[in-house]
Design a protein around this ligand. Structure first.
Ligand code: COA
Length: 269
């Protein structure tokens, strides 16, 4: 997507910020992104209204793809850390600064884990290593693991490191400085290295009720009108409103930004 001034203004009007809290676009830039910049996502991203992207693109530590800086994100989610495009962030997530991913591997079954086993791209070894040698080593930069998934209403504290392939459950909290190596159960608070269960946010029946309600499918204004301080009262009221039809799921305005300057803005309602 080429960021034209018109697109920047439309994104800003939809509260899709290209730097958390960014001011309206000028003729030169939107957030830290220059007008005219060509984002080149390698896969389509889906960004809903009211989201805050980080101001710089994510760059893996070795041999991987440099990502575009765009990332799929649900309404009311924001990140103070760069995120890779394939990461999908649910709604109402708060992602702090210093998030890192264990995203780069050296081969571990070869004689040596060194560059000599796999690195055609590094000046220390590229005159010695051939593509056939890399193939024989079975090396894959991410050890063939998928990017993590992040549910809804997840709060990730600062300086957290996340392993590939983990699922971070809806409603969970990751304590500052943690290293997450396993799936995080919904509504659990985890912390430490490796991250272990600290406690549940809510008693089982409240967490189960909130998960069943899928409250994140309703408009932020409706949720605020119900009042979000007391989870029990909130669940009871929302459930009543859903039953009597006074509140219906909403469709946020969504931008789908794909390869080759394909940009689609789907008006919500
Ligand atoms: C996880 C967190 C929310 C817990 O807050 P809390 O409920 O007030 O926690 P407490 O201080 O009562 O600690 C509860 C337990 O968790 C442990 N704990 C707290 N923070 C921890 C951390 N960062 N890593 C590991 N364990 C941690 C405590 O040692 C304590 O363990 P114990 O029960 O064995 O004594 C908080 O510590 C945290 O990390 N918040 C993120 C802050 C942040 O990054 N802010 C910036 C972005 S907004």
């Amino acid at each position: 997507m080429i960021l034209t001034k018109e697109r920047a203004e439309a994104l800003h009007a939809d509260k899709i910020f290209f730097e958390v809290n960014s001011k309206p676009p000028t003729d030169e830039k939107y957030g830290t992104v220059k007008i005219g910049h060509d984002f080149k996502p390698k896969e389509a991203v889906r960004i809903e209204e009211r989201t805050g992207l980080y101001k710089f693109p994510y760059k893996p530590s070795i041999g991987g793809t440099k990502y575009s800086g765009l990332c799929s994100m649900g309404v009311m989610s924001y990140s103070w850390s760069p995120l890779p495009e394939p990461l999908k962030v649910g709604r109402y997530c708060s992602i702090s600064s210093g998030i890192a991913f264990i995203d780069s591997f050296h081969p571990m079954t070869t004689v040596s884990t060194s560059l000599l086993s796999f690195a055609t791209f590094n000046h220390l070894s590229r005159d010695l290593v051939t593509k056939d040698m890399v193939k024989a080593s079975g090396w894959h930069v991410r050890n063939n693991k998928p990017w993590p998934t992040i549910g809804h209403d997840v709060w990730i504290g600062r300086d957290v490191t996340i392993a590939l392939g983990v699922n971070i459950g809806t409603g969970s909290v990751i304590a500052a400085g943690s290293v997450v190596t396993k799936d995080v159960a919904p509504y659990s608070i985890v912390g430490g290295n490796p991250a272990k269960h600290i406690r549940q946010r809510f008693p089982e029946e409240i967490a189960t009720g909130l998960l069943a309600l899928e409250w994140w499918d309703y408009a932020p204004a409706d949720l605020v009108a119900i009042g979000m301080h007391d989870p029990v009262a909130f669940a009871a009221t929302l459930s009543e409103c859903i039953k009597d039809g006074t509140i219906q799921p909403y469709r946020p305005t969504t931008w789908i930004i794909g390869k080759n300057d394909s940009v689609e803005r789907m008006q919500g309602g």
